[in-house]
Design a protein around this ligand. Structure first.
Ligand SMILES: [Zn+2]
Length: 422
């Protein structure tokens, strides 16, 4: 073959490839577009509950399946790719109810979704053919926006919108890359207490602090300062891993609880996925030999324990500490669930930060507290409260002072490991 003929043939191949590419592109475009046309809007399911808690989205709903339809599945589909969403389905005759998980930090992992436009539908079989029908909004809640965690410096935005096609309601997921807005963060860290509330106080020689909160014979350690130090270290560790992190306060700041950017509101104001509240414990035992010692990770009710277990494992390893000897509220080694009589989490940093997922209730009706603007929110942060150790156990206090980097690294590794598994 001459060089000229070779060139000609090469051009021909390129031309054919371009034509094929265009045809394929048009095919995908039409298929996606016409998918809304294929939905059977004469059947409708209802969404009766939905929320985003941390990185997970959960749904509850119901529908009625008429004769001739069978094998219902919950799907997220773009008309070509289809993801079947696991659910718990129950029925009495033709009336079905479903929920995507029993756990608040489970369900649809929003971090795992790829860019595109997806429809949230129920798929059934009818005469061996697939039929899709929509789910309509039977709640008081509206559209949601979710920013994914920062991965390799980039983020996606997921708009979860109640939309209409020819007057018929459906739920769409619209996912694309985005720059993270300046006021949106991945993780919030709340260093417990503030300049006006020292929390626990301990003396390095184990003596009991005087009534003014100081130690006469040795250095005084305030919980608020210890909490801040380890929080600052944790922020640095998480930032090294690429996450965007917000501290609720500076070292000498005073902090409102439910006011603007307070300890109970910052995580949700900044659309953080996690709220990590850091504390140190004390039983106020004279002599610095408190028999209770060790790490306690407090979790929400109805919570999967995957991240809590990683926190326990990594903190014990990196900080060279052990799980707490405390028995009260213990679920398993190092993991604690402290609930009020009504079953909601005792600590507001978990309960109020979680909105409707965790039963937040500070709605302003009790005038002792400000209203939590997020108590009724269905788009909230997953909360953990860590009591890192007992500062009236001098041995533990020394480890906390000398090894705050180890505690911070353990927490950061746990979060990173958890998110890598997702
Ligand atoms: Zn505390």
């Amino acid at each position: 073959m001459t060089r000229k003929r070779k060139k000609k043939r090469f051009r021909k191949v390129i031309f054919i490839l371009i034509i094929l590419g265009v045809v394929f592109g048009v095919y995908i475009f039409l298929n996606k577009k016409s998918f809304l046309n294929k939905i059977n809007y004469s059947i409708k399911g209802k969404i009766t509950y939905y929320d985003i808690y941390g990185i997970h989205m959960n749904f509850e709903g119901d529908f009625n399946l008429k004769k001739g339809y069978s094998n219902p599945k919950l799907v997220l589909t773009d008309g070509l790719k289809e993801k079947i969403i696991p659910w718990k389905l129950e029925n009495e005759g033709n009336d079905y109810t479903f929920k995507t998980s029993d756990y608040i930090n489970d369900g649809i992992n929003l971090e795992s979704l790829e860019n595109g436009t997806y429809y949230f539908l129920i798929k059934v079989k009818s005469d061996d053919k697939d039929v899709y029908f929509p789910l309509i909004n039977d709640t008081d809640y509206e559209d949601l926006t979710y920013y994914t965690l920062t991965k390799k410096g980039s983020n996606k935005v997921i708009n979860i919108n109640w939309d209409k096609y020819q007057g018929n309601e459906f739920l769409g997921f619209y996912i694309k890359n985005t720059d993270l807005p300046a006021d949106v963060y991945d993780i919030t860290i709340d260093p417990g207490h503030d300049v006006n509330d020292a929390g626990m106080i301990a003396c390095l020689d184990g003596s009991v602090p005087n009534s003014l909160g100081g130690c006469s014979g040795s250095k005084t350690y305030k919980e608020s300062d210890l909490n801040f130090n380890v929080s600052k270290e944790l922020k640095e560790e998480l930032e090294k891993l690429g996450y965007k992190v917000k501290l609720t306060r500076g070292k000498n700041d005073s902090l409102p609880t439910y006011g603007q950017m307070g300890s109970g509101t910052t995580a949700n104001t900044t659309k953080s996925k996690f709220n990590i509240a850091l504390h140190h414990n004390s039983t106020n035992v004279t002599g610095g030999m408190a028999s209770t010692h060790g790490l306690e990770v407090y979790v929400a009710s109805n919570s999967k324990l995957d991240l809590a277990r990683l926190l326990v494992k990594n903190i014990c390893e990196y900080a060279q500490t052990d799980t707490s000897t405390k028995k009260e509220f213990k679920v398993e080694n190092g993991i604690y669930k402290r609930l009020s009589d009504d079953g909601t989490p005792y600590y507001y940093m978990i309960r109020e930060v979680g909105g409707i997922a965790t039963g937040a209730y500070v709605d302003g009706s009790n005038t002792k507290y400000d209203e939590n603007p997020y108590y009724n929110s269905n788009n909230t942060a997953e909360g953990y409260l860590l009591e890192l150790g007992y500062i009236d156990n001098v041995k533990e206090l020394k480890n906390i002072i000398n090894n705050s980097k180890g505690y911070a690294r353990g927490i950061a590794k746990a979060i990173d490991e958890y998110l890598k598994e997702k």
